[in-house]
Design a binder for this molecule. Structure first.
Ligand SMILES: NC(=O)c1ccc[n+]([C@@H]2O[C@H](COP(=O)([O-])OP(=O)(O)OC[C@H]3O[C@@H](n4cnc5c(N)ncnc54)[C@H](OP(=O)(O)O)[C@@H]3O)[C@@H](O)[C@H]2O)c1
Length: 259
């Protein structure tokens, strides 16, 4: 049995991960701001015979991430996996993106990941075991129009995981980055709730369940990088070999604001 903490577990990819992890007998510690949702999910997991715990918290508050790890260790004796998943989106041209929106994206997507990762890494170092899995995005590997600040936060997550892999080389500690493509979740509803518009895009889509299955495989066999939609790896490859060609390719995946 593994002990798995997940940020952003009240919806979307985080919740899908919590469900698959619990269904196979691992203990899952769900964290997000909406405690009522977490309580309902924990009750459903327990009713099905699984082990779960809700720890309400905000990833932008460092103490909440320390508490998340402490509660996991208190309940289950250790922490094997931290899935740093909580995140928010936005869409606009770079010049039209207000600085307060930029700061919010950085606070949640980057500082939130750093706080969760650091709290977990302190425990991993003590235990001399542990696996950090960061849910980035394909736009962290190759930016698209209208997504500049979001892409920057997602690329920063990639940099974090690469550095940790180098830092932890030769130790039992592992770090992985996951690069989903457009996924059917509440992500766009959250943009509407926060900013009064939403985003629609062209191109392929995947389900939160398929991302969760890829995360589960990565927990079992840790990999540096996971592309749940396999062809997306090609885009990352083309971007590093021929970025000008990638500039043309990504115009196909443009997104638009809709009311
Ligand atoms: N959907 C996509 O197309 C897509 C594609 C690639 C990558 N991703 C990435 O996948 C991750 C999950 O997104 P999703 O699509 O599953 O979105 P989602 O359905 O909107 O879920 C986002 C989760 O993050 C939590 N969250 C937001 N702000 C938070 C905060 N300040 N503190 C703690 N939790 C917070 C939300 O819970 P509360 O509101 O209850 O706090 C929710 O549980 C994100 O990092 C996103 O960038 C998404």
């Amino acid at each position: 049995m593994k002990v798995v903490a997940i940020t952003g577990a009240s919806a979307g990819i985080g919740l899908a991960c919590a469900k698959v992890v619990a269904a196979r007998g691992d203990a899952v510690v769900l964290s997000a701001r909406r405690g009522d949702r977490l309580d309902a999910e924990v009750a459903a997991i327990r009713a099905a015979g699984g082990q779960a715990l809700a720890v309400t918290g905000d990833v932008t508050v460092e103490a909440d991430m320390t508490t998340l790890v402490a509660r996991a260790v208190e309940a289950y004796g250790r922490l094997d996996v931290m899935i740093a998943n909580a995140g928010i989106g936005y869409h606009d041209t770079f010049v039209a993106t207000p600085p307060d929106v930029m700061r919010r994206l950085i606070d949640v997507n980057l500082m939130g990941t750093l706080y969760a990762a650091r709290a977990a890494a302190l425990q991993f170092t003590k235990q001399q075991s542990g696996h950090l899995i960061v849910i980035s995005s394909i736009v962290g590997r190759r930016g698209i129009a209208g997504s500049s600040v979001y892409s920057a936060t997602k690329a920063a997550q990639a940099g974090l995981v690469e550095s940790l892999r180098a830092e932890w080389h030769g130790t039992p500690l592992r770090a992985s980055a996951v690069y989903p493509i457009s996924t059917a979740t509440e992500f766009r509803d959250a943009i509407r709730r926060d900013y009064g518009f939403t985003v629609q895009g062209r191109g392929p889509k995947q389900t939160a369940g398929s991302v969760a299955q890829a995360v589960l495989r990565c927990m079992d066999v840790p990999r540096p990088e996971v592309y749940p939609y396999r062809r997306a790896r090609l885009l990352a490859l083309v971007n590093s070999l021929a970025p000008g060609l990638a500039d043309r390719l990504v115009t196909r995946f443009g997104r638009q604001r809709t009311p």
